[in-house]
Design a protein around this ligand. Structure first.
Ligand SMILES: Cc1ncc(COP(=O)(O)O)c(C=O)c1O
Ligand SMILES: N[C@@H](CCOP(=O)(O)O)C(=O)O
Length: 464
């Protein structure tokens, strides 16, 4: 299996190199040269298997023998042993045809743990095999950072630097990032928003000398391995609801487009998915794009679902690549337009192909709060604001003939103020995090300037 860049001018890489590269050297994102597929019979064969076994069957198609099967199995088992639910990602029914896929039973209570626990182990394995060290960077609107810090803390071969927008993450998210005592962890508050943090990370990758000097690697969903790990739960959810002999729809609270792109990959691999619905909060650039064909940045609004307060939706580039029939020049033109003028137009044919695969909807702040309140009173189920965004949009896009699964991307206790103000309930953190808000914080504050950030990393990273 070879991985190619969406911008077409970086070298094609095997799995291990794509894993360690994060972003391609031409600024593009890696995707498999060809989507692996499973027949209906093979998908049926996943029924009744454990999450770990299904993960192995799906992931080994992408790893393609670059990591020995027994080692990959052991990493999968270890990664998902950190989850507090025996099903890893249980499905909960909240209506006759409405389901919630709970992705938040990992150590930091967000769906990011699913991929991050595995990613850290995969990277460690490759670094050990090569006798190397790496500097890991990540931008976060709140959840990726906590999950990455938890997964990489104390790992000998990596130093990890996480950049979060100063004052724009929830107090629980901030404390999860800033209370690590591990010496290889560096939490940095950037005076800006998530897009500034993400731009800094991408600029670091585009600085070839710096990239080489500190042996840079990334843990955002620009890294193909993040997406790959997230494909698995579309299969586990679908087969437990009768797939592939029945089509299942999914609604996904969306920001950086990684989670829903994983659903699109599952479909490409042969999983019969009916509707794939993008749910956005007031930062509705993706919903607007599908409606108008113009991807246009308009500034970020702070919402009660801060993890989705994003304008530059990185993985949309992977979708564009597919929609333009893998024409990397068309992707380069779009990305140049975005950089130069904050916008680009999608050509009719490509837009039509995107609209065939996706629907999109937005939930306003009022609708999010109302959905939390109404779902609680109708079903007794407590949603976090990101999941509530999904549930609201799912209702508008559900079809009576197919089950609708909304991905629950975070535990309500990560956003207690928003949940309390919506429905009066103050959700408690689970026991292993009950002292979180008393733990001491340790972080630095930086301007959103490449030089400042590179100097900071340069003086703290050990991979030189
Ligand atoms: C809780 C939560 N929900 C949804 C999202 C959106 O996921 P994605 O960026 O993969 O679209 C994020 C982060 O991005 C998140 O942290
Ligand atoms: N919502 C994310 C933003 C970064 O997304 P990623 O999936 O690309 O890492 C977060 O919580 O940090």
């Amino acid at each position: 299996m070879e991985y190619i860049s969406t911008r077409g001018t970086a070298p094609a890489l095997g799995f291990r190199d794509a894993l360690m590269a994060g972003l391609a050297t031409d600024g593009g994102l890696y995707v498999p040269r060809k989507w692996p597929t499973l027949s209906k019979k093979q998908i049926r064969g996943l029924r009744g298997k454990s999450y770990q076994d299904i993960a192995f069957e799906i992931l080994s198609l992408f790893v393609d023998g670059e990591i020995a099967d027994d080692k990959l199995k052991a990493m999968i088992d270890e990664a998902y042993a950190t989850f507090r639910h025996p099903a890893v990602v249980p499905l909960v029914q909240i209506g006759p045809n409405d389901f919630i896929l709970e992705l938040f039973h990992g150590t930091t209570l967000a769906f990011k743990d699913v991929a991050m626990q595995l990613l850290a182990r995969l990277m460690d394995h490759v670094l050990a095999e090569r006798g190397e060290r790496a500097t890991i960077v990540g931008a976060t609107s709140g959840d990726t950072g906590g999950a990455a810090i938890d997964a990489f803390a104390g790992r000998e071969r990596t130093d990890i630097f996480i950049f979060f927008p100063h004052g724009k993450v929830s107090p629980v998210q901030q404390r999860q990032m800033t209370s690590s005592t591990a010496s290889n962890v560096h939490a940095v508050a950037v005076k800006g928003n998530f897009d500034d943090c993400q731009n800094l990370v991408k600029e670091m990758f585009n600085d070839a000398a710096f990239r080489e000097k500190v042996k840079l690697s990334g843990v955002n969903s620009i890294n193909w391995a993040r997406i790959m790990a997230q494909v698995v739960y579309y299969f586990t959810a679908a087969v437990s609801l009768g797939g592939p002999d029945r089509k299942i729809s999914f609604t996904v609270p969306t920001g950086n487009f990684g989670d829903i792109f994983a659903g699109y990959v599952a479909k490409k691999m042969g999983l019969p998915i009916d509707r794939l619905v993008i749910a956005t909060n007031d930062n509705d650039i993706l919903a607007r794009t599908l409606k108008t064909g113009r991807y246009e940045m308009k500034g970020v609004t702070a919402t009660t679902s801060p993890s989705m307060d994003i304008q530059i939706s990185s993985n949309f580039e992977r979708l564009l690549f597919e929609a333009y029939d893998r024409d990397d020049a068309a992707v380069r033109r779009s990305m140049d337009g975005l950089k130069q003028s904050g916008a680009f137009e999608i050509k009719d044919k490509a837009l039509k192909s995107i609209k065939r695969e996706f629907r999109a909807g937005r939930a306003t702040e009022k609708q999010v709060a109302q959905t939390i309140r109404e779902t609680l009173s109708a079903t007794g189920y407590l949603l976090d604001p990101h999941t509530a965004t999904g549930v609201f949009v799912a209702k508008k896009n559900a079809k009576p003939s197919s089950p609708m699964v909304t991905l629950s991307t975070a535990h309500p206790a990560k956003f207690p103020a928003a949940v309390k103000s919506a429905c009066g309930i103050d959700p408690a953190l689970p026991s292993w995090l009950s002292d979180l808000m008393q733990r001491e914080e340790r972080f630095d504050i930086l301007e959103p300037e490449l030089k400042a950030v590179e100097t900071y990393i340069g003086s703290n990273a050990r991979a030189k």
